[in-house]
Design a protein around this ligand. Sequence first.
Ligand SMILES: C[S@@+](CC[C@H](N)C(=O)[O-])C[C@H]1O[C@@H](n2cnc3c(N)ncnc32)[C@H](O)[C@@H]1O
Length: 400
Amino acid sequence: MEAQIPPGAALARLLTTRGSIIAPTWHRAVLSTDRAAFLPETIYGPDPAHPGWECPVTRADPRWDRWVAGDFALVTQVDDGAPVGPDGRGRVATSSASQPSLVVTMLQALDAREGHRVLEIGTGTGYNTALLCHALGEEAVVSVEIDPRLAEIAVKNLAQAGHSPRVVTADAAGRPAAGEGEFDRVLSTVAARGEVPWSWVEQSARHGVIVTPFEVGNTPGVLLKLRVHGDGSATGHFIGDAPFMVLRSQRADMRRARELVDEDDPEATDGLIELNPRVVAYRNSGWQLALGHLVPDLRYAVYEAAEDRPEWAGEATVYVATLDGSWALGEYTPAGSPFEARRGGPRDLWAEIRAAWDAWVKFDSPGRDQLGVTVDERGTHLWAGNPAAEVGSRDQRSRL
Ligand SMILES: C[S@@+](CC[C@H](N)C(=O)[O-])C[C@H]1O[C@@H](n2cnc3c(N)ncnc32)[C@H](O)[C@@H]1O
């Protein structure tokens, strides 16, 4: 009799040779699970003919097999299931099968072991849920998905793979569902933007671990690993990159700085600032995290002076704005401060950015690796080096 090739053999080989899988538990789980069986007939991707759109690709299209065989995140739903464009094209990816190397990186970071109960947030296709069931047993896994249609499909996918864990349709950023008990591990496969929901900590057992993608401001997602302490708070660090879609309730308004600036506002005021306006674009991941945390919803755009005017080299207009109608611009010149500035709306954004810069510099300009996060009943706090050295705080808006 011919030996059967396990359904996940090719993916397990790919992830092993790329150095993504180390733990035998997760190697076995990937080997035994057919990722393609969790994917819908139609997935979405870019098409040069339709820039800016997520374009449908059906199973009959050779790209479907190619993309599924690779180490790619695959978009499985757009615009919350109702594509807004012609021919099924969508603007915003709202569910996906995560990138396999990131899936195993997160599972390994979670450090879930036999006997642990795991809460997964963002069931999506159910593939990640299936890996958890394979490693820990289906009775150890509860998965929460906000979209009822996706939850229903995931339950079917899981059943076909031989697993029937509890899949709950709910907003995982809201109050915890009653009667679920405590979890040793919480794994989110959807990003927390600015605030980690307090309910995730509340549902964790003492000494539990929470692994979640996290993002603020203009930062791409980072992976955050938190440990829950005896007093019920959780602290931890950023352990890598993790670009993910954001929790539905924390989705950002996509408007850009330039769309929010009203230079003709008759109430706008002119002045001078000492702060270099280019600071908002300073490429230091620690600074970008601090800025995003301290000035929530900030967006910026830097317009370089015309390249064909050498005498303007280095000059730029920097626009900043927040969603409450506050905006400002600063005219950067290499000659240095003070810089001409203009602002409108309720808040003085240059003053807030200055305060964020001072707070960050006060702690010796920590890089991403030196920053940490505490989540407690009051909110999400960013610190440098140790939890007592707080760079800034955010109130827990997501707590109901
Ligand atoms: C990146 S996908 C999950 C990928 C999934 N683990 C997989 O392997 O297929 C994120 C999922 O989170 C769900 N989601 C978004 N906001 C949520 C929320 N507040 N509560 C629960 N699920 C949420 C989305 O509907 C989406 O299906």
